[in-house]
Design a protein around this ligand. Structure first.
Ligand SMILES: Cc1cc2nc3c(=O)[nH]c(=O)nc-3n(C[C@H](O)[C@H](O)[C@H](O)COP(=O)(O)OP(=O)(O)OC[C@H]3O[C@@H](n4cnc5c(N)ncnc54)[C@H](O)[C@@H]3O)c2cc1C
Length: 317
């Protein structure tokens, strides 16, 4: 087993996702503490230019193959597994994202390594891993022996800025494994349909969750958003209930937003929601449950019934 940490870089449409920088920052801290080496794994077709954004790494392993041009779980899983087999890193960090969750389990099985999912914290020596379970209501610490472990990290767990560093890390080309007989083929990337309001460009979002109870109660939320000069967005259950269009959904399977103000009303703060809004400049949360995970991310938290809060603020405004 080597004293290396392997971070699997996630990118889409030419942009490296924040989760990659979050993991790189944390991996750097661990490798500095333990005298190890931080290796970033970049996969794709003609994306070697991105290596310059991975300057915090000691080394970038670049695997270039036309079968890696678009995300294909089978191709990516085989590729990560082959690099892990060669390197034998003590820790493999993958995003707990839609892409990462397609890869991590397969690598774990292929390489016979334990897999710890929903990771929100890692100790400075890399050996104690904290998972955030039940939408953040329960944390579990797992200790691993250092003999190789796959972890999938929840987006928003570590600061992305800590891993952002331009530079010229050494880039090593690795040959892709045989990807000629894949049973899965990439067809197309389905972009979210455009809606009446583009929530990704709004400076103020009033985001409503299951706490609103019924679509009969949405007009007071619309009124509040309009008085604040913003738009209404929501968590997934609101879209699943067909109370608002899918184009209003924030999160992992919705849209990523970065408004100046993100006001949440009756949203618990599940990791899949946090993934879409954690980068907002100012997060204000209203929830009756003082232990709601959303308060771990909010700059201001208000423990109150939204049916008292919304009319009172509407009256004030
Ligand atoms: C693969 C996958 C993808 C997903 N993608 C997304 C996604 O993109 N976006 C997303 O949002 N979710 C997503 N989810 C769902 C996610 O896991 C949560 O189930 C969801 O975010 C919960 O929404 P919520 O916070 O509105 O509801 P709940 O978790 O039910 O929380 C409701 C909150 O309202 C509070 N509340 C209740 N009544 C009141 C009141 N009167 N006043 C104040 N507070 C009150 C409660 O205390 C509670 O905290 C995804 C899940 C999976 C498995």
């Amino acid at each position: 087993m080597s004293n290396q940490i392997l971070v699997v870089i996630e990118h889409l449409k030419g942009n490296i996702e924040d989760i990659s920088f979050e993991m790189l920052g944390k991996a750097k801290e661990i490798s500095s503490n333990t005298g190890g080496e931080l290796v970033a794994l970049l996969m794709g077709n003609g994306v070697d230019g991105m290596a310059g954004q991975l300057g915090i790494s000691d080394k970038v392993i670049y695997v270039d193959d036309e079968n890696l041009a678009e995300f294909n779980p089978q191709a990516y899983c085989k590729t990560v597994a082959s690099v892990v087999a060669d390197m034998q890193p003590k820790l493999v960090m993958i995003g707990n994202t839609s892409m990462g969750m397609d890869i991590a389990g397969g690598v774990s099985v292929d390489q016979n390594m334990p897999f710890i999912a929903y990771v929100s914290g890692i100790s400075g020596d890399g050996n104690t891993i904290t998972s955030s379970l039940y939408g953040g209501k329960m944390n579990v610490d797992s200790a691993h022996t250092g003999d190789g472990c796959v972890v999938s990290v929840i987006s928003g767990s570590f600061p992305a800025d800590a891993g952002r560093m331009d530079g010229s890390p050494s880039v090593e080309n690795a040959t892709a494994p045989d990807l000629s007989n894949l049973s899965l083929q990439f067809k197309q990337l389905i972009e979210p349909e455009s809606g009446d309001v583009d929530i990704t460009t709004q400076e103020i979002l009033v985001s409503v969750g299951r706490g609103i109870q019924s679509d009969d109660n949405l007009p007071m939320v619309e009124e509040l958003a309009s008085k604040l000069g913003g738009a209404v967005s929501c968590s997934r259950p609101i879209v699943d209930s067909k109370w608002l269009a899918k184009t209003r959904q924030v999160g992992k399977s919705g849209l990523k937003v970065k408004p100046k103000l993100y006001l949440t009303l009756g949203i618990s703060g599940a990791p899949e929601h946090i993934e879409g809004m954690k980068d907002a400049d100012l997060i204000v949360a209203v929830n009756t449950d003082p232990n709601a995970p959303i308060f771990d991310y909010a700059h201001y938290g208000i423990v109150q019934d939204i049916f008292d809060f919304i009319p009172a603020l509407n009256d004030k405004l």
